[in-house]
Design a protein around this ligand. Structure first.
Ligand SMILES: [Fe+2]
Ligand SMILES: [Fe+2]
Length: 304
C-alpha cells in the first residue's frame, strides 16, 4: 500500500487527465473458495463461484458459491469467515449468491455491495429433443430474509471505489460484436421473459504492485467488454492478471480467437480461469498461454 506520484498524464492533444487511482497499490492474495473443480488441495466442489480476497486493507468475499461449500471451504483453507469486511456480488445467479444465508449466519451484519438487478427473476431454459426444461436461476432468498440475517445491501449501478486501490466495475458497456451472451439465460421484465441483459454483471479491479488484477464472476457481459472497460477507466494499457469465470464454454470459435488476441494485446501475465470457462476453452487457453495460464480450482490462489 504505497503512493507514487505518477497519477496524471498528458494526452496526445496536450491536455491533462486524472486517473481514478492516484498511484495507490496494495499487496494481497485471492483464493478460490467455491468452484466446480477440486484438486489435491482439498475442500469440496460445487457448481458455483466464490473467492476470498485478502489485502493490506482487510479481507473481502467476492460471491458466495451455490451454498453448500462456502463455510466448509473457508475453514478448509484457513480463511476466517469473521474477518470478512464486505461482500461483493458479481451478479444475482444462485451459483454466486446461494451462500449468502450461510455466511450471514456466521457474520451477522455486513455490507453487501451489488447492482440492484441482482434481485431479478431469472431462468435457464434449455431444449433437448423438443422438450423444454426451465430452471429457476435467480437469487434463492428474498431480500427481507437476507436483511433479517444482517445483510446491508448497498446497491449501485455504476463504477465505484471500495478502497483507494480496489474498485467494482458496475455495469459494463456491451461493445464487442462477438460477445453475444448465453442464449439459454432469461430474465423476467414486466411479466415477460427476455434474454437476460445482465446489467448486474460486474467484476472487481485491484491495483497491485504488479499491475491491474481483475476478478470476474461469470463475465456474462463478455470478458473482453469487461477488460476493455477496465482499460478505459484506468487509462492503463495492460492488465497483470485475470481470475474467475469467463463463460467461454459457450463461445463461438470467433469469440475464442478474439478473446485470445485481446488477452495478448493487454499482455495479461496470469490467465486464471474457473467455473463457467469449461474444459474446452481452458485447454485452448493453456495451449495459448502455457506457463502464464492456471486453472482456478478450489483452493488455488493468486498472490500479488
Ligand atoms: Fe451466472
Ligand atoms: Fe456462474
Amino acid at each position: 500500500m504505497f503512493w507514487t506520484p505518477a497519477f496524471a498524464g498528458v494526452t496526445a492533444q496536450g491536455t491533462f487527465y486524472e486517473t481514478i487511482n492516484f498511484g495507490w497499490r496494495m499487496k494481497g492474495r485471492i483464493t478460490i473458495i467455491c468452484e466446480n473443480t477440486v484438486t489435491v488441495k482439498g475442500g469440496i466442489g460445487e457448481h458455483g463461484f466464490s473467492a476470498y480476497v485478502e489485502t493490506e486493507r482487510g479481507n473481502f468475499l467476492f460471491d458466495t458459491g451455490r451454498g453448500d461449500a462456502l463455510i466448509l471451504n473457508l475453514l478448509a483453507f484457513d480463511k476466517d469467515p469473521l474477518a470478512i469486511q464486505k461482500i461483493f456480488l458479481s451478479h444475482g445467479h444462485q451459483d454466486h449468491t446461494g451462500g449468502l444465508a450461510a455466511i450471514l449466519g456466521v457474520l451477522g451484519g455486513v455490507d453487501i455491495l451489488a447492482h440492484p438487478d441482482i434481485f431479478s427473476v431469472r431462468y435457464n431454459i434449455s431444449k433437448k429433443d423438443g422438450k423444454e426444461t426451465r430452471r429457476y436461476a435467480g437469487l434463492k432468498f428474498v431480500r427481507p430474509y437476507l436483511e433479517s440475517l444482517g445483510g446491508r445491501f448497498i446497491l449501485e449501478k455504476g463504477f465505484r471505489e471500495v478502497t483507494r486501490e480496489m474498485f467494482l466495475t458496475g455495469e459494463i458497456p456491451r461493445l464487442t460484436p462477438f460477445e453475444k451472451g448465453d442464449p439459454r439465460l432469461f430474465a423476467e421484465r414486466d411479466g415477460q421473459l427476455i434474454p437476460d441483459p445482465f446489467l448486474d454483471d460486474q467484476s472487481l479491479l485491484i491495483y497491485t504492485p504488479q499491475g491491474l488484477v481483475v476478478l470476474l464472476g461469470c463475465a456474462h457481459s463478455g470478458m473482453i467488454n469487461i477488460l476493455n472497460y477496465v482499460i478505459e477507466k484506468t487509462r492503463r494499457d495492460r492488465i497483470y492478471a485475470i481470475l474467475g469465470g469467463t463463460h467461454l464454454d459457450f463461445a463461438s470459435p470467433a469469440q475464442m480467437e478474439e478473446t485470445i488476441e485481446t488477452l495478448k494485446k493487454y499482455r495479461v501475465e496470469r490467465v486464471g480461469v474457473s467455473h463457467c470457462t469449461g474444459p474446452r476453452a481452458a485447454s485452448r487457453l493453456l495451449a495459448e498461454f502455457g506457463e502464464r495460464f492456471f486453472f482456478g480450482a478450489v483452493g488455488e490462489s493468486l498472490e500479488f
